[in-house]
Design a protein around this ligand. Structure first.
Ligand SMILES: Nc1nc(=O)c2c([nH]1)NC[C@@H]1CN(c3ccc(C(=O)N[C@@H](CCC(=O)O)C(=O)O)cc3)C=[N+]21
Length: 285
C-alpha cells in the first residue's frame, strides 16, 4: 500500500500562500498578470488553459488568453509575443506546447522576454538552471511542482537513483537539471532506450512523462519505488488517465501520484506562484 502523493491538497496549500502574496502586491497597486498563447486545439492544453484561467481569476490575477487557429502564421504569433513583452501589465507569458509543425517553436521561445518566461524555456533561463546559478529565474512549472511534492513528502534525493522517462524541454530536461542539482543520480530515458524496463526497475524514484497511457506497469517498477506520473492521457472510454497503470503499480510503490489529482494541480499551483514571483522580481530584482 503506497502513500498517495496528494497533489490536489498540496496545491491548495500552495495556492493559499500565493493568493496572500498576490493580495499584498495588489494592495501596492500591482496586479500580477499572465498571458497564454494557445494555437490549435490540443486536448491537454485545453484542460490546462481552462484550469489555470479559473484559478488565476479566483486569485484576483489578470489572465488573458490569445487564441489562434492551427494555420496561424509565424509572424502573427511573434507579433503577439512582442506586444506582451512590452506590456507592463503582463508578468508571465506562456506559449502552449505542442505547437503545429509549420511554426518555428525555437524562434518563438527565443522571442519571449526571459524575465517573463514563466515556463523557463528560454535558453538564458535553462542555461542558468543547468549551471545551477544562484539568483532568481523561472523554472518550468511541472518540474518545479514535482520538486515541491518530493520535498513535501520527504523523498530523499541525495544519492537516489532517479530515472526520467521522457526527454522533453518542458518536463524531462529541466527535471534532469533540478534533480542533478539536488545531488540525485539521474538517468534520462526515452523511446530509444534499450531494455527500458530493466532500467526503470532500478529506479528509487521513477518519473514518467511519455504521453502514452499506462506505459508503465508493475513489472517496470522496483518494490518500494517513488512513482511520479506526468501523463495526461485519455483512455478510449474518454476517461483521463496517466502514463502509469496506477492500479497495478500502487501496491508495489512506496509513494505514488494519481492522475488526475497529482502532478497536474501542482503544475498549475507552481504556475501561479511563479507568476507572482515574476511580478516581484521584475520590480525588485
Ligand atoms: N507551455 C506549456 N506549458 C505547460 O505546462 C503545458 C503546456 N504547454 N501544454 C499542455 C501541458 C499539459 N499541462 C497540464 C497541466 C495541468 C493539468 C491539470 O490541471 N490536470 C488536472 C486535470 C483535472 C481535470 O480533469 O480538469 C489533474 O491532473 O488533476 C493538465 C495539463 C501543462 N502543459
Amino acid at each position: 500500500m503506497a502513500t498517495i502523493i496528494d497533489g490536489k491538497q498540496l496545491a491548495k496549500e500552495l495556492n493559499k500562500q500565493t493568493q496572500k502574496r498576490a493580495q499584498e502586491l495588489i494592495a501596492k497597486g500591482v496586479k500580477p498578470g499572465i498571458a497564454v498563447v494557445l494555437v490549435g486545439d490540443d486536448p491537454a492544453s485545453q484542460i490546462y488553459t481552462r484550469n489555470k484561467h479559473r484559478l488565476a481569476e479566483r486569485m484576483g490575477l489578470k489572465s488573458d488568453l490569445y487564441r489562434f487557429p492551427t494555420d496561424v502564421k509565424q509572424a502573427t504569433v511573434l507579433a503577439a509575443i512582442k506586444k506582451l513583452n512590452n506590456d507592463d501589465d503582463i508578468d508571465a507569458i506562456i506559449v502552449q506546447e505542442p505547437l503545429p509543425n509549420h511554426l518555428d517553436a525555437v524562434a518563438i521561445t527565443n522571442t519571449i522576454r526571459p524575465d517573463k518566461d514563466v515556463d523557463g524555456l528560454h535558453p538564458q533561463n535553462l542555461g542558468k538552471l543547468f549551471a545551477d546559478q544562484p539568483g532568481n529565474y523561472p523554472v518550468a512549472c511541472t518540474p518545479r511542482g514535482i520538486m515541491t511534492a518530493l520535498r513535501h513528502y520527504n523523498v530523499d534525493l541525495t544519492g537516489a537513483n532517479v530515472v526520467i522517462v521522457g526527454r522533453s524541454i518542458l518536463v524531462g530536461k529541466p527535471l534532469l537539471a533540478l534533480l542533478n542539482n539536488a545531488n540525485a543520480t539521474v538517468t534520462m530515458a526515452g523511446r530509444h532506450t534499450k531494455d527500458l524496463h530493466r532500467l526503470t526497475r532500478q529506479a528509487d524514484v521513477l518519473i514518467v512523462a511519455t504521453g502514452i497511457a499506462h506505459f508503465i506497469g508493475q513489472d517496470a517498477v522496483k518494490d518500494g519505488a517513488v512513482v511520479i506520473d506526468v501523463g495526461m492521457d485519455r483512455l478510449p472510454s474518454g476517461k483521463l488517465t496517466g502514463d502509469v497503470d496506477f492500479d497495478a503499480v500502487e501496491p508495489v510503490a512506496s509513494k505514488i501520484t494519481p492522475v488526475p489529482g497529482g502532478v497536474g494541480p501542482m503544475t498549475i499551483a507552481s504556475l501561479m506562484a511563479q507568476t507572482v514571483d515574476l511580478a516581484e522580481w521584475r520590480r525588485n530584482g
